[in-house]
Design a protein around this ligand. Structure first.
Ligand code: ADP
Ligand code: F6P
Length: 319
């Protein structure tokens, strides 16, 4: 193993830069040449490769976004483009590819592995929705961003005795909604894993406000409802006018938390050590607070759903 490449793929997540830095510096420390691929799989297909030296990744450890840029590349689902990507890697003498991204990016890495490319995947997405790992880089920062935003919204909501709806990301998963809902004392959390009819939301608001609550925060995971649909339903059925805030890309940007920057360093180290020890085609998974290398098939057989206990506790505490 002489030369490796690294790319970031899918939605960016705070801590991706810290992972790129750690892959580059740990790789060079171990005597490897490291090449950065810009714009994920799209850049790989377009041959956007350039060598990375230690100093090229200076000053990024605590910066959001990704120095390498990222992209979604729908054509990469097609075998023809996967074969082309494998040929590009061969042309540039790349012995292994480190992919930093979510489930989709890992599926891309697995497709390349099936064509004989040696890969490793480092989990990076704010959604925390990947198979095989309890934790994905970026989740903690996104949670903290949501909690900070909701606590500001709470101030105004309290001052005006109002109901506020806050829409958070997470794609098809409710991890961000449940984690932030628990941490900021949301009254109601709507997630795709636990469908709740909007009539029940109105009933809950009605009961708790009759019992003395003066304001409520409803966190809506984007995969459960559109926040404006929730708002319109409440308006129609309760004759009150909730505010709506869609947090959007606020959740993907910003300096990574200490946890995310640390996880990035530890997972990157595991990826490089694994490659040098002859491990191939694995996810650097966090399991019971340890970083393990899990072969993709094994990783895909393990899921970490939203905690029922956390979800239930939100409703116990938010009355
Ligand atoms: P994430 O990696 O955060 O889950 P996406 O699902 O958007 O983000 O996937 C990122 C990229 O990974 C896609 O744009 C595509 O290039 C590649 N990808 C996703 N799914 C597959 C798949 N099943 N096979 C091959 N490549 C895939
Ligand atoms: O996967 C990260 C994520 O931010 C999801 O939470 C969200 O559904 C999606 O990406 C939005 O992606 P984009 O706006 O880049 O299309």
């Amino acid at each position: 193993m002489k030369r490796i490449a690294v790319l970031t793929s899918g939605g960016d997540a705070p801590g991706m830069n810290a992972a790129v830095r750690a892959v580059v510096r740990k790789g060079i420390y171990e005597g490897l040449d490291v090449v950065g691929i810009h714009r994920g799989y799209e850049g790989l297909l377009n041959e956007e490769l350039r060598p990375l030296l230690r100093r090229d990744v200076g000053g990024i450890v605590n910066r959001g976004g990704t120095l390498l840029k990222t992209a979604r590349c729908p054509e990469f689902m097609d075998k023809v483009y996967q074969k082309k990507a494998a040929e590009v890697l061969k042309k540039y003498d790349i012995d292994a590819l480190v992919v930093i991204g979510g489930d989709g990016s890992m599926a891309g890495a697995q497709a390349l592995a099936e064509l004989g490319v040696v890969t490793m995947t480092i989990p990076g997405t704010i959604d925390n929705d990947m198979c095989g790992t309890e934790y994905t880089i970026g989740f903690d920062t996104a949670l903290n961003t949501v909690v900070e935003a909701v606590s500001k919204i709470r101030d105004t909501t309290t001052a005006h005795d109002r109901v506020a709806i806050v829409e958070v990301m997470g794609r098809h998963a409710g991890h961000i909604a449940v984690g932030s809902g628990l941490a900021c004392g949301a009254e109601i959390v709507l997630i795709p894993e636990k469908p709740v009819p909007l009539e029940d939301v109105c009933r809950h608001l009605d009961e708790t406000h009759r019992a003395g609550k003066t304001n409520s925060i409803i966190i809506v995971a984007e995969g459960a409802y559109h926040s404006y649909d929730v708002c319109n339903f409440i308006k129609e059925h309760m004759h009150i006018s909730p505010s709506v805030t869609v947090l959007g890309y606020l959740q993907r940007g910003g300096m990574p938390s200490a946890k995310d920057a640390m996880m990035a360093a530890l997972m990157s180290e595991a990826a490089i050590d694994g490659l040098l020890a002859g491990k191939r085609n694995c996810l650097t998974a966090s399991v019971n607070d340890h970083v393990l290398l899990l072969p993709y098939e094994e990783a895909k057989s393990i899921t970490y759903p939203v905690s029922d206990a956390w979800y239930d506790l939100i409703s116990v505490l938010g009355r």
